[in-house]
Design a protein around this ligand. Structure first.
Ligand SMILES: [Zn+2]
Length: 347
């Protein structure tokens, strides 16, 4: 297996930087890549962290994983990328200050575009498109966030595509007690998601605490993020061993109902807990002036629904949403669900 100048022979690990784009900023956008080539054939799994530079729980979990994985007992290949958005990471920022763009929204990229568009182009074609499956770690950055698996809503749940069927299994196999699916155009990620699916890659995303949650639950989140990487390898039959999870059940939320933005910028404080059923008009949360503490807006719940995981409190400047409502779609039981996924093509 070879990516750029990085090459790993069967049963070995290699590390290097994938050359992406020239930048006059003094910051290199080239991407650090650990290539772990198993000694036997199997699928290719991409595990990536910090495509949003300030969201680092996946980064730490990936580094733990890379230290522990023995390529001699691995089937297939793992491409482990602790930090995709290196410029944002080095500045502690979500996007890239070089051009103000978000790499995760730019796939398949543009070789003649801005620095982030070039990075997205090289990374998409050299790395993403070569994977069978892909774990994309996010978290709260400065602000805290909940902890759940996030994936794109299925087009027709009664008639799943092969990719959707595989993704269903991997979402549950990962091991968290909750997951949520969103319409593909949520958060402006439609084009990028289509490019990834178009390349035949089974992709899912993690939100993993972070922010204030980093200080409260950091070690737990890192441990469970790493556990999820191992569970995914087990589901793909790349390593052997039993699944370890939060518990036997995984509640899957349909977050396709309501997503709304703050009426005014300030400090958002959610009053309703996730999984809680709320009625239209209930106080969903408030927005305070973050400096004076004055109440700026009260936010009634727009309709009867279930509160879907989102942050607890954070500054709303630039926020994509303050509230997510939906319904419990189903509860999967790991004791009775087949979590194993196989790909025809092998590396
Ligand atoms: Zn993110």
């Amino acid at each position: 297996m070879r990516i750029g100048d990085i090459e790993a022979r069967p049963g070995t690990k290699a590390f290097g930087y994938l050359r992406t784009a020239a930048s006059r900023s003094g910051l290199s956008p080239d991407i650090p890549i650990h290539l772990i080539a198993g000694s036997a054939p199997g699928p290719t799994l991409l595990v990536q962290g910090a495509i949003h530079g300030a969201e680092i729980i996946g980064t730490i979990a990936i580094l733990h994983f890379v230290r522990k994985i023995d390529p001699r007992s691995l089937r297939g290949t793992v491409i482990a990328v602790p930090v995709v958005n290196r410029v944002g990471f080095e500045l502690g920022e979500r996007g890239s200050r070089i051009d103000g763009k978000d790499i995760s929204r730019l796939f398949p990229g543009n070789p003649r575009g801005s620095v982030s568009e070039q990075v997205a182009h090289v990374y998409f074609h050299e790395v993403v498109a070569r994977a069978n499956a892909m774990i994309d770690f996010h978290a709260g950055g400065e602000a805290g966030y909940e902890r759940y698996v996030l994936f794109t809503a299925e087009r027709d749940p009664a008639n799943l595509t092969d990719l959707e069927r595989k993704r269903r299994k991997l979402v549950v196999a990962f091991g968290l007690d909750q997951a949520a699916f969103f319409p593909p155009d949520t958060f402006g990620a439609n084009k990028a998601k289509e490019a990834i699916e178009g390349a035949g890659v089974v992709q899912f995303t993690l939100e993993f605490g972070g922010g204030t949650g980093w200080f409260k639950n950091g070690a737990d989140n890192v441990r469970d993020a790493e556990r999820g990487i191992w569970n995914t390898l087990k589901a793909l039959r790349m390593v052997d061993g039993p699944f370890e999870a939060d518990g036997p059940l995984c509640t899957i939320y349909n977050a396709s109902v309501v997503l709304w933005k703050p009426p005014v910028d300030g400090l958002f404080i959610r009053k309703k807990g996730f999984g809680e059923f709320v009625r239209a008009g209930d106080a969903y949360g408030i927005i305070q002036d973050p400096y004076t503490g004055r109440l700026l807006a009260e936010m009634p719940t727009p309709r009867d629904a279930t509160v879907i995981p989102s942050g607890q409190e954070w500054p709303t400047v630039g926020a994509t949403s303050i509230g997510i409502l939906g319904a419990v779609d189903r509860v999967e039981d790991r004791r009775t669900t087949d979590l194993y996924v196989s790909f025809d093509e092998t590396a």
